[in-house]
Design a protein around this ligand. Structure first.
Ligand code: NAP
Length: 310
């Protein structure tokens, strides 16, 4: 056990990411006290029942009072509303961070509500599952995963070092970049792939010639991995696309061009084009495994899934 890095941490939103942070902080003694708030009484009661918070509060304003670190772990679309509610109650010298999957839209929505004496350091853990809610979190979610921080030009260096040390103590690898770059990178590695998975599962659902039972029965092919991604939280992903519009549309445009090129190669019987393309993409998969961001196991090393939200 180490000394707590922050005396009091307030988690606003108590879903997958916040509960995983709570488990990781508890496991390593990183916070003196964890105070939580979520919008529903049911989630607040669950958080107390499973012990991820020392205290829960009925309002976000109450939860942040006296907190040294405030983590906004709510859907991207409500970050601004939550920031407006907590702004006047933040302790001078405190740090506010968020875990939203999009950065520029969150900065635009949250920054105006953060007092001058409070440090706002936007962030995004690149770790997750298709499960939601307080019961879905686990202490090792961030282990060896990237946690991107997008500091603002006037971010306090000391506050940044302290936040970074918390994230590293939870097992994450921390990197910094500016928000527009973050949003473009994420459009490539996460947002557009999710949209494609949603589309593929939607297409399968629409395909009347194949019965639903056959889609399920023969799913242990590429389709099964699409369905896992397409089972991700609808609120979170609606907000991601609405708030990372330009970068996602840019990458989707490029995707469509490549798809047409592959379609043409299939029509023309251009096997060399297909083989070269698939050789290039296979090398990317190898690179991901070598970088320790996945395993070569056929089940991707995922093992048994955690329990879902009731
Ligand atoms: P989640 O499991 O669905 O949890 C969201 C939490 O936010 C719930 O506790 C919910 O409360 C609460 N909430 C929603 N609106 C609220 C409001 N107005 N005031 C207070 N609490 C509110 O979501 P999550 O997966 O942890 O995602 C949280 C954030 O992390 C999102 O911004 C997402 O973009 C980001 N993120 C997610 C992943 C991922 O894979 N899931 C990965 C990286 C980053 P109730 O339960 O009471 O509704």
């Amino acid at each position: 056990m180490t000394e707590p890095i922050y005396n009091r941490v307030a988690l606003i939103g108590l879903g997958l990411i916040a509960s995983s942070m709570a488990h990781a902080m508890c496991a390593n003694g990183l916070a003196g006290e964890i105070v939580g708030h979520a919008q529903s009484a049911e989630t607040r009661a669950t958080a107390l029942e499973i012990g991820i918070c020392d205290r829960v509060c009925g309002t976000a304003a109450e939860a942040v009072m006296g907190a040294d670190l405030v983590v906004l772990a709510v859907p991207v679309g409500v970050m601004g509303d939550v920031a407006a509610m907590i702004g006047p109650h933040l302790k001078p010298g405190a740090t506010v961070t968020d875990v939203g999957s999009v950065k520029q839209a969150v900065i635009d929505a949250v920054s105006p509500h953060i007092p001058k004496a409070v440090h706002f350091i936007p962030g995004h853990p690149m770790a997750g599952t298709e499960y939601s809610g307080p019961r879905s979190g686990f202490a090792t979610l961030f282990q060896n995963r990237w946690w991107l921080l997008t500091p603002l030009p006037d971010t306090d260096a000391e506050a940044l070092v302290k936040l970074r040390s918390l994230l590293e103590a939870m097992g994450a690898n921390v990197d910094t970049m500016d928000a527009p770059h973050h949003d473009l990178v994420l459009a490539v590695v996460s947002h557009t792939p999710h949209l494609i998975a949603y589309t593929m599962v939607g297409v399968a659902d629409d395909l009347r010639r194949v019965s639903n039972s056959e889609v399920i029965k023969y799913s242990a092919t590429g389709f099964r991995d699409f369905t896992r991604i397409a089972a991700s939280d609808p609120t979170m992903w609606r907000d991601v696309f609405l708030s990372n519009k330009e970068a996602t549309l840019d990458i989707l445009g490029r995707f469509t061009e490549e798809l047409f090129a592959l379609q043409r190669a299939i029509r023309l019987g251009d096997g060399a084009h297909l083989h070269d393309y698939f050789t290039r993409t296979r090398a990317i998969r190898r690179g991901i495994i070598e970088a320790g961001q996945d395993t070569a196991a056929p089940d991707f090393g995922r093992g048994a899934p955690p329990a879902t939200k009731a």
